[in-house]
Every structure is written in C-alpha cells, then in structure tokens.
Ligand binder design. Structure first.
Ligand code: SF4
Ligand code: ZN
Length: 745
C-alpha cells in the first residue's frame, strides 16, 4: 500500500468534493432546488447514486444529499498522524470522488451550450465528446459485455507520448474487442487542447481516427470527472443484465469485478484528481496501470490481482493491464489463410500433394511447451528462426522445433505436458496441415494447396497462441511461439526438451500402482479411435508416452469434465494381469461397451487397446517364447515379419489384439511391464536405438530381476531380423526366456 497514492487520492477526493460543493451551490442559486437534473434518456436516474445508494435523483435539490454522502466518506489527508496502512480510506475517498463526479457531470447537462454531443457517433468536425450514454446505447452495447463479444473496457486517461502511440494503443485495444473510453485530458501550456487540456481523444482526432460507439473508441469528456460515464455504464450493466437491485452496492461492485474486464490506462502526468478517480474504480475491481511512476498498490484485495501498477512503458501497458486484470482472451476466428476446424483433423496429405514435410523420422523434429515468467513472454509473439515456407522450394524436408512458451498466474510445470499433447489436435485442425505424434516423434506435412493460399510456418504459432488461450484460458495468460528450422538449432533445443521429457517421466518414478486406489483415464484419442481408452497408472503411462499419472491428475484438476477422469480401481480381480473391478466397469462404459475387461499388465490376455499414437508396439514371438518391441523411430524390418508401420496398421484403431500391444517407451522398464507373461525377462528383441536410449534404465531393471546382463542377451537388428535369428541369439547368450513357461500358454 503506497502512502503516496493514498495521500494523493484522498487529497484529490477532497478537491473534487469541494468543487462539487461549489458548483452545486452556484447551480442552486441559478436554477433553484426544483430544476430537473438528469443524464439524457435513461431510466436509471444518476446511475452511481442510484446503483450504489439506491437514490432516485431527478431534481437539483436532491444533489445536496448526494454531496453529504460524499463528504461523509472523506478522511483527513494522510500525514504522520493520519496514516493507515490499508486501503479502506483510499477506497472511501474513491467512492466520494465518484459521487462528486456525478454531481459535477449532471450539472453540465444544465449548461448552455451543452458541452457534449448527443448521439452515438462523433461528428467529423468540432466537439466530439459524447458524455453519458443513453439507455439505447447502453442496452445495445452492454449486452456485448454479457455475451462476451466485448470482454470489457479500457478507460484511457491523460495524453499519450505521441499521436502515433495513441493510435497504436487504440488499434490494439480494438483488436482485443475492448471498448475504449477516453476521458480526462492533461493540462497543457499551449492552446492546442480545448479547455487548456489535451487528451488521447484529441490525439486520435488529429490522426483522423473515427471515434464513437460504432468503432468502440468512445470519447467521454476532457474533464477528469467525465470518467464517471464509464463507471455509470458499468453500474447500469450490473442493474440491467446482472439483475442487481438499486442500492445493493456490494453486488454491483462484485458483478463488475467478476464480469466486466475493465481497467484504467493512465498516460503522462497523474494529478491528485486522477489518483482519486483511480481509487474510485478500484472499488469496482478495475485496476489502474500508469505510464509514469505513481507508486504501486500491489497486494490482492479488492481487484483480482494488483490494484495500481507503475511505471509501465506505453507500449507494454496493454499487456500489463490484461495480465493484471486477469482478462481472458477468446479468439473465435483464428487468423490463418486456410479453414480451421475439427472437420480437418482426420485429413491425410499424400506425398505428392505435400509442399513441405517435417519430422516423420526424416529430419529431427519435436514440440515442447515450457513455462516462463510473465515478463519473459510477449503474448502472440511468433518467431521463425531459420527458413520460412516462403524461403524454401516445393518438396523440401525441414527439421523443426516448435517451442511454445507460456506464462500464467495459475500455470504449473505439471500442466506443460497437457498443453503439449494438445498441439497434435490444434495443428491438425488446419486445412492442408497434417500433424502426427508428440514430443520428438512428430511428423508434419503442409500441402501445396495450403502453401498456395499463403499458409506459413508462423501460422502454426498463430494457431497455438489462439487455442492455448481458448482452451487453457484458466491457466494461461500469455503465449509466445518460437519455431526453429535450422538443424543445428533444432538439435540444440532438443537436448533442452529431452531433459524436461525425462524429468516428467521420472516424476512418477517411486510411485507404485499399489500405492493408490485411483488410476486415471485418457480419452483424448477417442476422436479418431472411438473405442480406445488409456488407463494410466503410476507404473504405466499412456501409450503415447506423454500422459503419466500425474499429468492425468493435473488435467482432471484443470478440467473436471475433460478427457481425463479418475478411475477407482475397486476390488482386485487379478493382481498379475492387472485387472480390477472398478477399472473394468469404467472401461466398459468408456469404450462404448466394446470391451468388458482389460489387463493392464498382459499382452496375451485382454491387453489394453491401442489408438495409434503408441511410442512402441510390442509383439509376441511365439518361437522365441518371448516378446519384441519396436519404437516408431525404427523403420527397418522386425523379427515379427512386419515393419513398425505395418504393425501399427494391425494394432491401432482402438482394438484389443492378444499378442500385440501399443505402449510408451518407459513402460519397458516398469515393474509392471507384461507382468503376467514374466516381465522384462521376456524381452528378446529391441531396435538398437531404443536399447541405447533406455540402456541405463534397462540395466537397472534387469539387475533387480537378477539378470544384470540382459541387455546383451536381447537381440537387435544387428544380430537378428528374423525370429530364427532371434532364437539363435538367445541360445548363444543364454537368454532367460528360453527356460520360462510357454508364452502362448
Ligand atoms: Fe491419452 Fe492415450 Fe491418447 Fe496418450 S495415447 S493422448 S494417454 S488416449
Ligand atoms: Zn492416441
């Protein structure tokens, strides 16, 4: 709580209440106490006194009562004796200010000539200040606040450093669908501003920018008291759309805090009166961001987050305000040159229709979501580091790293994999863009047609920015995307991502399936494999490798009605196969009654279904009395007689196929890996690349099983590509599978 702000705000309130007193006395002398006083064409009387105090003022005489209410709220200007370290006195001063404003502004409507233009839009010449909105405007525009087409408003006070900056800020606010209320000019020595003041509205007028309710750039008045018309608008919105009764001030303030995303942007000098206005709107939960250093009021209390933040450079003020106000952006139409929607998710792009291809084992490629501090992320900043589509020829194969950096007050590292896993759907939904896989096994194709329409790699960033805001608005405030397309960069960044992938995988390390009575489901892949359901337990990740038990738990917390639901295990049916009553019931329902039961730990007996995203496919080699498993990176022939792609076609689509199962890489080193068939000792063949990747973990697991040399006993493509060669290798090395019970029972 800043003492300077409190001092200035309370001093400003004193000044404004004194001014109201003086102007009211003059008006009463001139017009008497029975003169009608009103804002034109409204059924809400003077909206602040009506809404907050339940007063129905329509005569000058009644303003005396409102003045007394304002005076009651004034505390002495703080000095060493009267200083209180909490907001109360400042908020009271703010409310007194709003009452004083309402008196001063209502008296303006008795002036001749009227200082305001009546109507919805500003005339092209002359006076452009619009003052209070009538009820027709309020109903028409207010409803946009309710249905979300306008998330809120920015009240801009003072004058921007330059006309160009004023225009830029106005445009940016318009793009965010916010209403912009312009009020309170700053005093100027020159005569360029009317009444010796100059405001942002004057700057927009000079630049020829069209103002009025139509363009959402609404000049209210050049007096600091004119800001009251924004607050009056907000108060009427609560009365009209929130069903709040006049006089129920708590609900009016709460409605505004929760429903109207408004904030104040103060440019240039902030005098005592403007401090007082800011204190007034803090009562409504509207924070103020100031360009000049006016101190700060940071602790959460009335506003959702901070109350006053300063100094903030003009070009950063909107971003800061959006962050501080907790404004959630919704981007209904993603600005890309191709169609976008779930209808295009399943679209395949053939090789000959492809303009550029990335990943798919042909080039290094990965995608990664990481959390950053709010000040390290510029929302909607999209960078292409390396060649863009416009720099390459048709048929090029590019390396790619898609790195989405997000910031959010509620963001946690636990949520990163959830956002990351959704990149697949989000990118795939663009027409002419094919996306497959996750982490470092992604495969992307962009069609010639999409390229011809102007689709660029940067649009992948545009999609991610929009969809993260749309789908994860509750946790994400800002999103920026970096896309690397030079191999050296991709390889370098991949190391960073890998370290994090590993850390995520290790997170569940010490947990066992027995230590919890709740597993989690994942139904994300039902969009293309309707009967598929992953049951994710601490010791078995989702088969895509991206969703472990913690991830699912976090996803459920973010969205309790989403794709990840808790699965109560219930009574044990078979501990070795991994079957539980509760799990089976869940599977029956969520597989649309396709499967009544499923074994979490068996490949032979009702194995888990496989969608298509599996990192690996395990297959029984009956002759070798064991199991081989092949990862997506390995394109060569396997001893099952099928390559990965053929196996994937056989196993995928949400079926239970005894003898085959899709799984995540890490499952190989889980104690629950095909437990029913004897565990890791059944493993007879792996591609070398996977052996390398999991070397340490396999050695550790094998030692626990009493076969420390297992890795060498397991064949790979250098020793065996057929089942016969596998058997020969097993015999040569004395592999334990040879002496185990028959795997096919
Ligand atoms: Fe979820 Fe399983 Fe699909 Fe991964 S593979 S996204 S865990 S359903
Ligand atoms: Zn899947």
């Amino acid at each position: 709580m800043s003492k300077i702000i409190a001092t200035k705000a309370i001093r400003g309130a004193h000044k404004l209440v004194a001014r109201a007193e003086k102007e009211l006395a003059e008006a009463l002398k001139k017009h008497g106490a029975d003169k009608n006083v009103e804002f034109p064409n409204t059924g809400y009387y003077l909206p602040i006194s009506h809404g907050i105090l339940g007063m129905n003022i329509n005569k000058t005489g009644q303003l005396t009562e409102l003045l007394q209410e304002a005076q009651k709220l004034l505390h002495p200007v703080p000095d060493e004796k009267h200083w209180v370290p909490y907001l109360g006195h400042t908020l009271d001063a703010g409310m007194a200010t709003l009452f004083a404003d309402e008196i001063i502004e209502s008296l303006k409507y008795l002036q001749d000539p009227l200082p305001y233009v009546v109507g919805e839009n500003c005339p092209e010449e002359g006076n452009f200040w619009l003052g209070a909105a009538d009820d027709i405007i309020m109903r028409k525009r207010g409803v946009e606040f309710v249905d979300g087409s306008a998330p809120g408003f920015a009240a801009c006070v003072g004058v921007c450093p330059s006309t160009e900056i004023a225009v830029k800020i106005a445009r940016e606010l318009q793009e965010k669908n916010l209403y912009v209320f312009l009020a309170a000019g700053n005093p100027t020595g020159s005569a360029s501003g009317g009444n010796g003041t100059r405001s942002m509205a004057d700057q927009l007028r000079e630049a020829g920018v069209q103002m009025g309710w139509e363009t959402r750039l609404v000049p209210l008045g050049n007096d600091s008291t004119a800001a009251i018309h924004a607050v009056g608008f907000a108060t009427r919105a609560a009365l009209a759309f929130g069903g709040v009764k006049p006089g129920d001030y708590q609900r009016i303030l709460k409605y505004n805090k929760n429903r109207i995303f408004a904030f104040v942007l103060a440019f240039g000098e902030v005098d005592d009166e403007k401090h007082a206005q800011a204190a007034g709107v803090i009562n409504y939960g509207f924070p103020a961001i100031s360009e000049t250093d006016i101190g700060q009021i940071l602790p959460t209390g009335v506003c959702t987050y901070e109350h006053v933040v300063s100094p903030v450079p003009a070009d950063k003020m909107i971003a800061k305000a959006i962050e501080v106000r907790g404004l959630k952006l919704h981007i209904a139409k993603i600005p890309i040159p191709v169609s976008y929607g779930a209808a295009f998710e399943g679209e395949r792009i053939r090789g000959e229709d492809t303009y550029v291809e990335m990943g798919g084992n042909k080039t290094p490629a990965f995608e990664f979501v990481t959390t950053k501090d709010a000040n390290e992320v510029t929302d909607n900043k999209i960078e292409i580091i390396g060649p863009e589509i416009t720099d390459i020829k048709e048929g090029t194969i590019l390396p790619i790293a898609i790195v989405a950096e997000v910031a959010g007050r509620k963001m946690q590292a636990d949520f990163e994999p959830i956002l990351e896993r959704r990149l697949h759907n989000f990118i795939n939904e663009a027409q002419g863009v094919f996306h497959m896989g996750q982490r470092e096994i992604i495969w992307i194709r962009i069609s010639k047609e999409a390229q011809a329409k102007g689709f660029k790699l940067a649009h992948i960033g545009t999609i991610i920015h929009a969809q993260f805001h749309n789908e994860f608005g509750a946790i994400v405030d800002k999103v920026q995307v970096k896309i690397y397309t030079k191999e050296a960069d991709v390889l370098k960044m991949r190391e960073v991502a890998r370290a994090v992938y590993n850390k995520r995988d290790e997170r569940v390390g010490s947990m066992t399936d027995e230590s919890t009575d709740t597993f989690y489901s994942c139904a994300l892949c039902q969009s293309f494999a309707p009967t598929h359901i992953c049951v994710v337990s601490p010791e078995r990740t989702g088969l895509c490798g991206s969703y472990n038990w913690f991830t699912c738990k976090a996803a459920f917390e973010i969205n309790p009605r989403g794709a990840n639901q808790p699965v109560p295990k219930g009574d044990v049916i078979d501990a070795l196969k991994g079957q539980w009553q509760g799990c089976n019931e869940f599977i029956y329902q969520s597989s649309r009654k396709a499967f009544a039961s499923m074994s979490a730990y068996s490949i032979m007996n009702e194995p888990m279904t496989s969608c298509g995203c599996f990192e690996c496919i395990a297959a029984v080699l009956p002759g070798a009395n064991g199991v081989m498993t092949v990862s997506r990176e390995f394109a060569g022939m396997t001893p099952s007689g099928m390559k990965f792609s053929t196996l994937a076609g056989t196993v995928g689509g949400g079926q239970q196929i005894p003898g085959f199962v899709g799984h995540g890489k890490r499952y190989i080193v889980s104690k629950k890996f095909i437990l029913a068939e004897g565990g890791i000792k059944r493993l007879v063949w792996l591609p070398k690349i996977l052996k390398e990747e999991l070397k340490d973990l396999i050695n550790k697991r094998a030692a626990e099983e009493g076969v420390p040399k297992l890795l060498d006993m397991i064949a790979d493509e250098t020793t065996a590509t057929t089942e016969e060669e596998v058997i020969a290798h097993l015999q040569k090395t004395g592999h334990p599978a040879l002496t185990m019970p028959s795997i096919i029972g």
